[in-house]
Design a protein around this ligand. Sequence first.
Ligand SMILES: [Zn+2]
Length: 232
Amino acid sequence: MSLINDVCTLQEIDDEVAGLEAAIADIDVRLAHSETLAAAEAAFAEADARYQDLRRAQRALEADVAALDAKIAPEEKRLYDGSVRNPKELTAIQHELELLKAQRSQLEDRLLAVMEEFEAADAARRAAEAALAAARREREQEVAALESRRRQLTSSLEASVARRSEQAARIHPASLRLYDEIRRRRGSAVARIQGGTCSRCRVAIPESVRRKAFDPATLAQCPNCERILFIG
Ligand SMILES: [Zn+2]
């Protein structure tokens, strides 16, 4: 096989290695983070915070109502058990009771409103919890599939890297250095002469270079992009 054929094969293997490495890197990004799961976690955290806030508000209002009940009950007892006979004092107790009951009525209205909100928040929290559980199950399956694919890609990569070493050993060290250097700088080291121009940079290839490209023992380079040229 000619030198240029060996170099072309090396480039094919290197492209394969780069493709496999990129696919593995992509899988690693997807393994590290799931947008869907993160969104479900955030939605549940928000629903849970609202649920907890309303539960605290409901308990506080219930405690306030109970505190008023505790004030109202002894006043009512005093009003009706005959222990107070002074009409002025009885009127004062009645007035006090009216104020306390009005306060309690206001609190009870607020409590009812909060209880309704709490019920809605409870339902929303349950829905978010179910959605999160579903997202976690899906993520588990996704991770298992990604890990399995990663193992396949890794074993393909190992095989390609081994073939790369074998192929590189067939090429003279100076030519290999030239190839590696151009690939490092340009991303690809080999270009085809197509219609008299370099297939990568589109610059016309002089006849002398074209002749050199036919020589199986040497490598011809594009005078513009420096890529190694082959005729095909
Ligand atoms: Zn070129």
